[in-house]
Design a protein around this ligand. Structure first.
Ligand SMILES: [Zn+2]
Length: 265
C-alpha cells in the first residue's frame, strides 16, 4: 500500500513467518532458492505441483475459490444451488462488486470485490484506476464486464506493463464514452435484476506509483520450476513481479513454494 499519496507502493514479501520489507532491498543483490517443496496454502499438504497459484489438486477441485466461475464470474451458479461452498459464496460473491477501468499496459476493464480495492489494482500493476459501475453480486459484475469487453480489453500485457512508460489516459473520459456505448445493455440488465442492483458511479480514481529504479529493455522471466535458484540485483517491483537485472519473477505464481531468500550484497 502507498504510505502517502504520490509515494511508491510499499511491498512486503512473506517468507515463512518473516515479513521482508522489499522496497529497502532495491539496488541490492538477492537470491531465491526453491527447495522443491510446495505446501498447499489451504491444507498445508505437500503437493508435487501447484494448482490455482498455491493449492494441492484435491483443494483445487473442492474449494469455491478455485472454481471456474471465479475466472468467469458470469458463470456463477450459486442460484442453481451448486456452489461448492455456499457460505463462502455468500461472503465473497453475493456481495457488492465493482467494475473498474484501469491503465495497466493501456486501458482495461476488470471487476473485483469492493474490499479488494486498491489491492487488485496493485496486483495488476495499474498506474491508475477508476470504479465505473457498482453491482450487488459477482455474477452481475461478470455480466457487465462481458458487455464492456466488446469495447475495451480485459487483459494486461504484462511485458508492456513491466517496461514502464505507460501513456497516461483520461479514465473519466473513457468511462463516459464506454457507459454511453453500453447503456442499452446496462438498461436491459437493470430490467432483469432491478434498478439498485447495477449503479453507474462517478467516483474519484486512484493513481499508483511503483518502486522501480531501472526499467528493463527486454522482459525475460525466471521460472523456479525450471531454474530453482534465481539471483540478481533487485531493480524494481511492479504488480506481482520482482524485477531483477537478470529477469523478472512473478512471485504470485510461486505462492506456496518453499524458498530460502537471501540478500547477497
Ligand atoms: Zn490442499
Amino acid at each position: 500500500m502507498p504510505a502517502e499519496p504520490d509515494q511508491p507502493i510499499q511491498y512486503t514479501l512473506k517468507v515463512g513467518d518473516t515479513r521482508l520489507p522489499l522496497n529497502d532491498l532495491i539496488g541490492r543483490a538477492i537470491q531465491i532458492d526453491y527447495d522443491g517443496v510446495i505446501r498447499c496454502i489451504h491444507c498445508d499438504r505437500k503437493t508435487k505441483k501447484s494448482f490455482g497459484q498455491g493449492y494441492c489438486f484435491p483443494c483445487f477441485r473442492k474449494l469455491a475459490a478455485c472454481d471456474s466461475c471465479i475466472v468467469s464470474p458470469e458463470k456463477c451458479h450459486y442460484h442453481e444451488g451448486t456452489c461448492r461452498e455456499p457460505e463462502w459464496g455468500e461472503t465473497h460473491c453475493m456481495i457488492e462488486h465493482v467494475v473498474y477501468l484501469a491503465n495497466s499496459s493501456g486501458l482495461k476493464v476488470g471487476i473485483t470485490r469492493g474490499t479488494q480495492i486498491p489491492t487488485r489494482w496493485i496486483d495488476q500493476g495499474a498506474v491508475a484506476a477508476l470504479p465505473i459501475v457498482r453491482v450487488s453480486t459477482r455474477q452481475l459484475a461478470g455480466f457487465v464486464e462481458v458487455i464492456c469487453k466488446q469495447h475495451v480489453a480485459d487483459r494486461t500485457n504484462w511485458r508492456a506493463m513491466l517496461k514502464g512508460g505507460v501513456a497516461e489516459l483520461d479514465l473519466a473520459a473513457e468511462r463516459d464514452r464506454l457507459l454511453d456505448l453500453i447503456r442499452p445493455e446496462l438498461d436491459a440488465l437493470r430490467q432483469a435484476h432491478g434498478e439498485v442492483a447495477i449503479r453507474e458511479v462517478d467516483e474519484a480514481g486512484l493513481s499508483l506509483s511503483y518502486p522501480v529504479q531501472v526499467w528493463p529493455d527486454k522482459v525475460k522471466s525466471h521460472n523456479l520450476d525450471k531454474t530453482p535458484s534465481v539471483t540478481g540485483v533487485l531493480q524494481g517491483i511492479k504488480g506481482q513481479y520482482l524485477m531483477l537485472d537478470t529477469g523478472v519473477i512473478n512471485i504470485r505464481k510461486f505462492t506456496a513454494y518453499e524458498v530460502r531468500f537471501q540478500v547477497l550484497a
